[in-house]
Design a protein around this ligand. Structure first.
Ligand code: MSP
Length: 648
């Protein structure tokens, strides 16, 4: 049987800002979908990356007083360093400054030019730097760009134009013939409504005299290409267009994932560009809504930007992944709050799933010596079995349709059914009666089997937890049984006689009383209290140690704290940027520290030292110098270890 092919992409993110909740959400969705597609047996490719040319980037670099090249390298690395923290398993991280991408952009420009769909003309228009494009009157609200709330500048210049208008009817026809081309439907309707007005041609160049941080037009090097024309093409570069061996294969399964903010470039510019270049259109565009924070738009000026690394520190990677997929109805906006994520953790994860797992394993331990018992053939409980089949069916359909919240709802209905099954069957009562041994074994087998199926379907959403569950059930995560829904989705495939393993709580509860808003002002953090925190005879439990988050951090700047002999203020990346005040001024000069890879305690509660908020602690050891004076030496690691790497 030939495999379905899926090539899923995220937007490539601008490097004028550090990664935040919104970027993390799109990337988690794409990662989950990619893992889900593998689970349903597809041949999958997944790409993400960074968008590095254009006015915005030049402006941001100038603000930091560095060259664009150095600036984009730094911020792009922050995105690349963040994704492993969220267990994002992409196949390629593309940068628009990559050599192969530059070549593909030039190739497409030349092709479209040779076909007569790029022409030179003078143009006057209203240019918004934030959008990096000319706006039309009808898009303005009170004379301002509705997204950036600034009046666009009137600019007159000679430029190259892409004959987008020529493809308007062809695009309308395509959308009408392929109802799933843009989803959910509200965005499809939005695109069709936009297309009901005449489409302008698209200005696709900028004079190199005004902007030289871009890709030169192959037919006129006085111009660079417009950033969107450059950026959209990344999706083709990544699969080896035009003649790479995998190009046609993966491009046939192209599905793009974006938020509503960049609908127009993806649903209008991109398909018409593909038509003009003679390339088949992508299969589907999936559009999601926006995350707000406590009902307010996330913005740097409001100080409410949520950083993914902080969420992982405070709540754990799988709680964050689960929350984001369960809480947002794909396509609509959603609101982030620490209350909401704590509630999901404590109710859905710790209570429903975590308890089902720990209760079931504990009973298999108590009554069957931690070995999955052999059920009697006639003891299979039809209701539970039917509930599992319904879960797999609904899950397969909803996840495939990007309705992750509904897919997960179906999974939790089954978690509920399995918890009720325990209450109804009272294994503890069966265990007291010799004559009901067979029934006890069937009930415990059915619980073990339910957990196996749960681990299978939860793997795309919470890869770490699912693998922990598998190991607890004595199942090798690499075994064939756990690779696809076809191989492992049927009831009854767990092998009786398998030894289980005791593992700790899947999800510690988070104490709601102790919480604070994560990251409201970058310093406050949610405190997590883990249940098994006791100190015995001077030892601490592993759980307690696990709570200390040690990370590698790269020092990017250091300075003496005014009026202090002892303190240095360090800016470090781990991988997000943070400030740490450290008492090492008598052992190190600030300039010696820049570039060092040090070890920090990343989840220490922030404190104010000499008026500066210190977000963590740098680890040092005491020693004597050549003169026998006390000094501190930094615990370091090789520069080859990436900033943000965890120590365990
Ligand atoms: N560089 C362009 C995209 C080019 S793709 C060929 C760009 N970059 S961006 O950094 O601004 O990223 C926009 C995307 O980030 C959104 O489409 C979405 O995927 C994600 N999000 C940014 N903020 C978001 C929220 N507040 N909520 C949800 N996702 C958001 O546009």
């Amino acid at each position: 049987m030939t495999k379905n092919i899926t090539y899923i992409t995220t937007p490539i993110y601008y490097v004028n800002a550090q990664p935040h909740l919104g970027h993390a959400y799109s990337t988690i969705v794409a990662d989950t979908y990619s893992r889900f597609c593998k689970l349903r047996g597809d041949d999958v490719r997944f790409q993400t990356g960074t968008d590095e040319h254009g006015d915005k980037i030049v402006e941001a670099a100038a603000k930091e007083k560095v060259e664009p090249r150095q600036y984009v390298d730094t911020i792009s690395a922050m995105f690349r360093d963040t994704w492993p923290l969220l267990n994002i398993g992409y196949d390629r991280f593309i940068r628009t400054t990559d050599k192969d991408h530059v070549a593909v952009v030039k190739h497409i420009l030349q092709t479209v030019y040779d076909r007569g769909d790029i022409y030179f003309d003078e143009y006057s228009g209203l240019y918004c730097t934030g959008c990096e494009r000319f706006l039309i009157e009808r898009e303005l609200v009170d004379g301002k760009c509705p997204d950036h709330l600034v009046e666009p500048k009137e600019i007159t210049e000679q430029n190259y134009f892409f004959r987008m208008s020529k493809y308007q009817q062809q695009l309308i026809d395509h959308i009408q013939d392929n109802p799933e081309f843009v989803a959910p439907e509200r965005y499809r309707n939005e695109v069709l409504s936009f297309l009901s007005h005449p489409l302008d041609d698209l200005c696709i160049s900028r004079p190199a005299s005004r902007l030289n941080w871009g890709i030169k037009l192959p037919f006129d090097d006085n111009y660079v290409t417009y950033v969107w024309f450059d950026a959209l093409i990344n999706y083709l570069t990544g699969v080896g267009y035009p003649d790479g061996p995998q190009y046609e294969h993966y491009w046939s399964g192209a599905e793009h994932l974006i938020a509503k903010d960049i609908l127009k470039p993806h649903a209008i510019y991109w398909p018409t560009m593909l038509m003009a270049a003679g390339v088949p259109l992508y299969r589907k565009l999936h559009v999601h809504g926006y995350w707000n924070v406590d009902e307010t738009k996330m913005s740097k000026s409001l100080g409410n930007v949520i950083r993914p690394a902080h969420l992982v520190e405070n709540f754990g990677v799988d709680t964050f992944r689960y929350f984001s997929l369960r809480e947002m109805s794909f396509g609509l906006d959603a609101s982030f709050s620490s209350d909401a994520i704590i509630t999901r953790n404590n109710a859905d994860l710790a209570n429903d799933l975590g308890n089902l797992f720990s209760r079931s394993v504990a009973m298999i331990d108590k009554y069957c010596e931690l070995i999955l018992p052999q059920p009697q053939a006639d003891e299979v409980d039809a209701d539970l079995r039917a509930a599992s089949a319904t879960m797999i069916d609904v899950y397969r359909r909803q996840m495939g349709d990007f309705k992750f919240h509904l897919g997960l709802q179906a999974v939790w209905e089954f978690v509920g059914a399995a918890n009720r099954y325990i209450v109804q069957n009272e294994p503890w009562a069966l265990a007291k009666d010799e004559a009901r041994q067979a029934r006890l074994h069937a009930v415990l087998y059915n619980l073990g089997e339910s957990l196996r199926l749960l681990a299978l379907v939860l793997r795309p959403v919470m890869p770490e937890t699912a693998e922990t569950m598998m190991r607890g059930l004595g199942i090798d995560p690499q075994s064939e049984l756990m690779q696809t829904l076809d191989q492992g989705g049927d009831w009854g495939l767990s092998k009786p006689g398998t030894p289980l393993r005791k593992i700790g709580n899947l999800f510690p509860r988070i104490d709601t009383k102790k919480k604070a808003q994560p990251q409201k002002t970058d310093q406050k953090k949610v405190e997590k209290t883990v249940t098994s925190n006791k100190i015995d005879d001077g030892y601490i439990s592993f759980d307690r140690f696990k709570d200390v988050e040690l990370r590698v951090a790269r020092v990017v700047a250091a300075e003496q704290v005014p009026k202090s002999e002892r303190l240095l203020k360090l800016s470090v990346r781990a991988p997000e940027e943070r400030t740490i005040v450290s008492g090492i001024a008598q052992s190190y000069k600030p300039e010696e520290l820049v570039g060092e890879h040090v070890i920090i305690v990343a989840n220490l509660k922030p404190v104010k030292l000499m008026g500066i908020v210190s977000e963590g602690m740098v680890l040092t050891a005491e020693m004597k110098d050549d003169q026998g004076n006390d000094r501190l030496t930094l615990a370091t690691v090789s520069a080859a270890v990436e900033a943000g790497a965890k120590l365990a």
